[in-house]
Design a protein around this ligand. Structure first.
Ligand code: PEP
Ligand code: MN
Length: 288
């Protein structure tokens, strides 16, 4: 079964932004993160802790995800936390840990930037800049990040429509940065049995409306560890080009998002299933 992303419904093309719109270029964009290509036939797995917490936590987790099939290491050094009293991340020290983990494992690194003043610093250490859900419409940040030459992972705002999301991506492209990956991470709905509602519709909608790669974050999208693997599989079946997921070597000790972080054994089991689902839709999981 091939996921059909080619037949384009022209009725939803009409108000696409100029540069991100599907009509802007003949071929789909492939984003190259240090040699790892996102948006082609291969599905890219980005995994790691929510936050960088310590050298041991990061290296142990990085080694696990690397061995089990991830290509990119995630981990926030600057964390957007609801409460100002919660752990805010290790900042530059955390970025240095990510750099050492990259050297040790060969994984590329994606890390969040929350403020225009952090762009230069995060870009010095990370291979890909993450712009989080809460900052999807932080226009000065989008402009500043769009001026860098680093690939950008732009997460969907939890209350953003697809139109708003595409215009946020347009900000990045309009500054000259064409290396943009979109990430559906769940939206706010009336449903309270999960942290957010993972909008699987967004995958085919975005793939019809834009040439940019689309990945999915089932960790924030559900907020519940036991649901993550199922929704990861669903995302691949629906045509996602990659996954961003939280894995912790000891989730019960996590300083952030432990209850949605996979145990190493969950991650390994899930990866086995994802390989089969990828094959069923004519794709494969990228291996380093
Ligand atoms: C994250 O990925 O660490 C994160 C904070 O996600 P979001 O911006 O989607 O809430
Ligand atoms: Mn998190």
């Amino acid at each position: 079964m091939e996921t059909d992303t080619c037949s384009i419904d022209t009725t939803i093309m009409s108000n696409n932004p100029e540069l991100v719109g599907i009509g802007a270029k003949p071929e789909r964009t492939i984003v190259d993160v240090n040699g790892v290509k996102i948006g082609g036939k291969e599905i890219v797995i980005m995994a790691g802790p929510c936050a960088v917490e310590s050298e041991v936590q990061l290296t142990e987790t990085a080694k696990i995800v690397r061995t089990k099939g991830a290509s990119i290491l995630r981990g926030g050094a600057f964390k957007p936390r609801t409460s100002p009293y919660s752990f805010q991340g290790l900042g530059v020290e955390g970025l240095e840990m990510l750099e050492r983990a990259r050297k040790e494992t060969g994984l590329s690194v994606v890390s969040e930037v929350m403020d225009t003043r952090q762009v230069e610093t995060v870009a010095r250490y990370a291979d890909m800049l993450q712009i989080g859900s809460r900052n999807m419409q932080n226009f000065p940040l989008l402009k500043e990040a769009g001026l860098t030459s680093k690939p950008i992972l732009l997460k969907r705002g939890m209350m953003a429509t697809i139109d708003e999301y595409l215009y946020a991506a347009e900000y990045l492209l309009s500054q000259g940065n064409t290396q943009v990956v979109l990430c559906e991470r769940g939206i706010r709905t009336f449903e309270s049995s999960t942290r957010y509602t993972l909008d699987l519709n967004a995958i085919p909608v975005l793939k019809q409306r834009t040439h940019l790669p689309v990945i999915v974050d089932p960790s924030h999208g559900t907020g519940v560890r036991s649901l993550v693997a199922t929704m990861a599989g669903a995302a691949i079946a629906a045509g996602a080009d990659g996954l961003l997921m939280e894995v912790h070597y000891r989730p019960e000790e996590a300083l952030c998002d432990g209850s949605q972080s996979l145990y190493p054994e969950d991650f390994e089991k899930m990866m086995g299933n994802l390989r089969k689902i990828a094959e069923a839709v004519g794709r494969s999981i990228h291996a380093l």
